[in-house]
Design a protein around this ligand. Structure first.
Ligand code: N2P
Length: 361
């Protein structure tokens, strides 16, 4: 063989080597995985992982809708997933590559199937609620022993918000979730797509906007833990992570999470593979790995969000499974609503209303 032919043969061999198979790009929510999950996946498969984080469905959606996101695994919330499936953003899961599907809780997967028929495109990663995290001492100080900590009025009543402004209120920068909570507080259907209802929710939020320190969807974990803010409309597990960080710091900050009496949003975050993923085989391996009962339990034990993995339940710490903010009672479950999938027109209404809320105009 001539030297040139040898080179050609080597080049052909190199091209045939599945270099891409060794790399996986994941885009997940911040503060949403155990410390060792990615390292364990690398150790088990030899696949290199680039792990990026976001804290907003809108940010993820913009990337996905633009195409060529560069990600192999992403985690939209179920209502966003539905719209993205319709736009052709995702590929169907090859379930023959997902033997750990047998570990999943059929009841939760069936609920998720309302957003993804037959669970064709996604698995439930974690689920939780959007409620209120608060600093017990500071709220009592600002509002007295009778502070309505079981009600959305804690933040949505401007008289309360004004008194809490000094110790600091934060709201998630999650337009669909906060507007729905405001509509629910007003006695309107939180799933309503009526422009008038959405605008009524926005008007309510504008009355408290001057008392809100910031709209942000991840900063509040540390700020609650450090005592820099005292009330956050936030996600269940994130508030519990704040609680744990405060306990670890032994700083005397006591954080509680409440699902208000009026009800709250129950959401499902879904793991899916973009249609244009460069490495769908590795993505399937990762999704199957996530459904391993020990891995799923490790994540839940760390992030304090409930998973949908039935086989993992005996491996979850009792302080997590017995926490009613993570695994709500049937009575509380009955007060939770799931998100409406908005069409493009309603999304525009929501986004316009949200800009008005944030700017206070
Ligand atoms: C993790 C937040 C995930 C919940 N920080 C949002 N659906």
């Amino acid at each position: 063989m001539s030297t040139r032919a040898t080179f050609a043969a080597l080049a052909a061999l190199a091209a045939a080597t599945p270099a891409a198979a060794e790399e996986l790009h994941i885009f997940n929510w911040s503060d949403y995985i155990a410390e060792d999950t990615i390292a364990k996946f690398k150790a088990a498969t030899g696949i290199d992982v680039t792990y990026d984080v976001f804290d907003s469905n809108e940010v993820l959606e913009t990337k996905l809708m633009a195409g060529a996101s560069g990600y192999d695994v992403v985690v939209p919330t179920a209502d966003f997933l539905t719209r993205q499936i319709a736009a052709g953003v995702f590929q169907k899961l090859d379930k023959s590559q997902l033997p750990n599907l047998a570990n999943m809780n059929p009841v939760v997967m069936e609920r998720a199937a309302a957003f993804d028929e037959n669970n064709d495109h996604a698995i439930v990663y974690m689920w939780g609620t959007t409620g209120i995290g608060y600093n017990v001492a500071k709220v009592t100080e600002a509002l007295g022993e009778d502070a309505p900590t079981n009600s959305w009025s804690l933040v949505f009543d401007p008289a309360n918000a004004e008194k809490l402004a000094g110790c600091g209120i934060s709201l998630l920068d999650a337009p669909t979730e906060i507007l729905a909570a405001a509509m629910n507080y007003l006695g309107l259907d939180p799933r309503s797509t009526e422009k008038a209802d959405i605008e009524a929710g926005a008007e309510l939020l504008k009355t408290i906007q001057p008392h809100v320190r910031y709209f942000h969807s991840s900063q509040y974990i540390n700020d609650l833990a450090n005592g820099d803010i005292c009330v956050s409309v936030g996600w269940s597990g994130d508030v519990f992570q704040a609680q744990a960080r405060a306990a670890e710091a032994e700083n005397g900050v006591d954080i509680a999470y409440v699902i208000p009496n009026e009800g709250a949003l129950m959401w499902f975050d879904m793991m899916a593979i973009p249609a244009d993923a460069k490495n769908p085989e590795a993505a399937l391996k990762f999704i199957n790995f996530i459904m391993d009962e020990q891995i799923a339990a490790d994540i839940t034990n760390y992030v304090w969000y409930a998973n949908a993995n039935k086989a993992s339940t005996p491996l979850i710490d009792a302080e997590v499974t017995s926490n009613p903010g993570i695994y709500p009672s049937d009575e509380v479950l009955n007060r939770l609503w799931t998100a409406k999938v908005y069409d493009a027109r309603t999304s525009r209404t929501i986004n316009r209303a949200w800009t008005a809320v944030k700017t206070g105009r």
